[in-house]
Structures are given as C-alpha cells and as structure tokens.
Design a protein. Structure first.
Ligand SMILES: [Zn+2]
Length: 472
C-alpha cells in the first residue's frame, strides 16, 4: 500500500469520537462521510463555510443528534485535529470556548473555504475502490442501523450500489499464512485475539494450535469464543471490552479461523449473541474465571441479511453475563498433597455439578444447545478423570492411550445415548473413546450393539467411581 494511502486509512481508523452520555458523538464521522460523498460526486474539494453549514446542519440533526445552527461548527473545526480537514486561514481566527474553536459569527463573517486535504482528495477521486472501502467502514462503524439511509443522504449510494459489505476488505474467504501477512495486508495488531484491522472493524482470531479450543458448538454453527487475557481472571477490558461494545450495539465482527496445519481464513462475519462467564485454566496452568462470547455467523455485516434465528437471539439478549461459575472446578494441585481431594472426590463433585445442570434444563433452542454444551464441561472433565487417559471401550483395539502435542489424552467424550434420544450429559451416560472406537460407535455397522455395551460400561464405571472404588 502506498504511504499516502496508508496514512489516509490510518487517520480514518483513528477517528474515535468521544463517548457522550447517550452514545458516541457522530458529528465528525458524518462530516467526513459528507466530504467523501462530495469527492465521489465530483464536487470541488473546497467549499465555503456557509454552503457546508447549510448542507450538513440537517444531516447532523437527523443522524448525529446535533440540534441548532451551532451544530455544524463543532465538526467543521474539530475534524482538522484528525488531519482529515482543512480550513483556509484557520490559524488566524480568534478562538473562544477556552481556545477550542471560533464562534459561529466569526465563521459567518469570514466564510472561509474548507474541505479535505489535497492529497487525500486526490486519492479518493482516483481510486474508487478505496473510496468505497473507507465509506463502507465509516458507515458500518458509526451508523450500523441506518447505513443505507446515510449513504443516500451524503450521495454515496451510487458508489456503494454493489453493497456496503462488498466494498469492504478483506472479503469472506480470504486466507493468509499467518497473522504477520494479515497485518501486512490490512494492518492491525499481530498477536491480540480480539483486535481491529486498519479499517477500525473488530476481528477475532481463533487458532486451533493456540491456547484455547474456540470451536463450533457441536450440533450448531455457533462459536464459543474464549475472551481476552491469557492468565488470571479475565476482566472487561481491552478485547473483552470491545466485544461487549459490539454485543451492545449488535454489530458484526470478522471471525478468523486457523485449523491445524492450515491457513488463517476470514471465515465469516458474526455477531455476539451472548456473553457467559465460566471457570477455565489460564496459560499459567491455574484456574481462573474467563469470558465466553457466543458468536453467531451471519451472511454479511448488514442486519437485513441476518436470519430470523439470529435476530431472535439478539432480541433475547439483555446483555447480562450468563454465569456458569456455579459449576465448581475440581481443585488443581498434586494428588498426593496432604488434604488434596482424591480423584473419586473430584469425580463426585463434577458429577454433582453436571446433574444440577441437567435438572435445570427445559427449553429447546440453539442457545439452549450452546448453554448445554458449555455447562457440560464438568461432565466431560469427570469422564476424562474417570478414564485415566485410556479409551473406556473394554474391547478397544485402537490407540487407547494416544496423546496430543499438548499431552492431553486423544479421547472424545461422547454421549452413549444421543441427546436427542433423551440422553443426559451426566457422566453415567457418557464415555471417553479413542478416535477409532468413536468412529465404530457413530458409523460402524455394529454401532447399536456397541452402544448398549458402552452404556453398561459407563454405568459400571460411574457407580464404581461414585462408591470410591475407581481404579486409581
Ligand atoms: Zn478405543
């Protein structure tokens, strides 16, 4: 990217209006969009204050809550501070409001020419793709509910006729070797899991080799995404704060995913439909509280393309944090430490937590499935504990003790009876299987007979463990 272009993109990205009591102040983004619209329409780069004032005052009143004849004064003067606006002779005006800006009377009398800086204007009139990209990202960042309307009002509807989402870069499906190449192409931070690209729109990155298993919730296309912060209790700061803001504003973010040995792909746009809090294990190996953001994929960042299911989930979300912290973790620590709980104690505790969740369950919806999956973590942990890292099929001929790179057992915890057939996610109806036995159980021709055997085995193991007769 040429330096002039990079500079313009950066200054637009850094346009971060102050937070006001009732939301963000949108005066500057709106004036900038108006100016971009003027460039796209072939209007002169600079126009007199009075003409600009009369054009933007009604827009500010309608889309930025800027009432009265003074409204245009603020962005007209303040956008200069972002390096995106010039006022001829501006340095000679006497300022009021503690030296912050001239009065309206001063401007009315001098009627200075003003507009975009020359280099920026030249770029915008020569590179329509760039202009559309900048306009699209501004609309999405600041006017998500009235994008089309604002585009029309500032004369950008023709430029964006192909679709605001289509104007944006990167596009869904683009893939890159790693975070460095993404940053080279689209800016942004190279390491953060939750971070905006250079266009100011939030991206979340999920790496299968990373510290978390951010994954599709089985049986759904929704994603349970672990929040920002590697060790210690996660807080509502940095990436998590950005996620909460997107959740509150019902805005779409970009979801990137890197499978084992694959490339980083901008997989889909997604919206945050729920925030949860649970126990997890930090990078330092210690238990900590972490956020889980439930992401629902959407076809585009434009809300009119979202499915009824997603809209219903957004409508049902009152922004409360759903608390899974009642599911107590098993205590970490060496098993032989004095007073340390035995595996049997931990098993009983995890089982009890799993049964509490199973008892509470009533509704049926995708959110329920997600909640159920997340809240079945203690049950899965209990089963892994019970398995002692070995496939629990007594007739296993596969690789019962195989491990992953991270040293975790390569076991899949499975419901012996399908959830849809009334199976519960409590340890007595779940079993840890090696990949081979798991395939036999789901796809083998003897799967029904095997399922019966496995269910019997799971119950035996559960009873033995609950009585304290496990094999540890
Ligand atoms: Zn096996």
């Amino acid at each position: 990217m040429a330096e002039t272009e990079a500079g313009l993109v950066r200054r637009v990205r850094d346009l971060a209006p102050a937070q006001r009591g009732n939301g963000r102040s949108l005066h500057r983004p709106l004036l900038l969009l108006w100016a971009v619209g003027q460039a796209a329409a072939g209007q002169p780069r600079q126009q007199p204050w009075t003409q600009i004032r009369d054009s933007v005052t009604p827009l500010l009143a309608r889309y930025a809550g800027g009432q009265g004849s003074q409204a245009a004064l603020y962005p007209f003067w303040a956008l200069r501070n972002n390096g995106l606006w010039e006022v001829e002779g501006g340095e000679d005006f006497s300022l009021t409001s503690g030296g912050r800006r001239p009065t309206k009377a001063t401007l009315d009398e001098a009627n200075p020419m003003a507009g975009l800086p020359k280099d920026d204007h030249e770029l915008l009139t020569q590179d329509w793709a760039l202009t559309a990209r900048i306009a699209g990202s501004l609309l999405l960042r600041f006017f998500p509910d009235v994008m089309e309307e604002v585009a029309h009002a500032v004369g950008l509807q023709k430029l964006l006729a192909g679709g605001i989402d289509v104007a944006l870069r990167p596009r869904v499906g683009e893939l890159y070797k790693d975070r460095t190449t993404i940053a080279a192409a689209y800016g942004g931070n190279k390491v953060g899991g939750i971070t905006p690209l250079e266009d100011g729109l939030l991206s979340v990155f999920s790496d299968d080799k990373g510290p978390y298993d951010d994954s599709r919730v089985p049986g759904t296309d929704w994603i349970a995404y672990t929040g920002d912060g590697l060790s210690g209790n996660q807080e509502l700061i940095k990436g998590n704060k950005s996620m909460a803001a997107y959740q509150a504003e019902r805005r779409a973010l970009r979801y990137w995913h890197k499978p084992h040995g694959g490339d980083f792909t901008f997989e889909t746009w997604a919206v945050v439909v729920q925030c949860r809090k649970r126990w997890g294990v930090g990078a330092d190996g210690n238990r900590r509280q972490e956020y889980v953001w439930i992401l629902a994929p959407v076809a585009s960042p434009l809300s009119e393309t979202w499915t009824e299911e997603v809209k219903a989930a957004l409508g049902a979300d009152d922004l409360t944090v759903h608390d899974d912290l009642d599911l107590e973790p098993s205590e970490a620590g060496p098993d032989d430490a004095p007073g340390a709980p035995t595996p049997m104690d931990r098993y009983r505790k995890l089982s009890a937590a799993a049964r509490r969740t199973a008892a509470q369950r009533t509704k049926r919806s995708k959110l329920t499935t997600v909640e159920r999956f997340l809240r079945s973590a203690p049950a899965r942990e209990a089963v892994i504990l019970r398995s002692d890292g070995r496939c629990e099929n007594p007739e296993c001929l596969g690789h019962p003790t195989e491990r992953t790179d991270k040293g975790a057992p390569l076991l899949e915890v499975d419901h012996v009876t399908q959830l849809s057939d009334g199976g519960d996610d409590t340890p007595e109806s779940m079993i840890a299987l090696c990949p081979n036995c798991h395939a036999l159980k789901t796809r083998g021709s003897n799967r029904r007979e095997l399922s019966r055997k496995l269910l019997r085995r799971a119950r035996e193991l559960d009873q033995a463990f609950s009585r304290g007769e496990g094999q540890h």
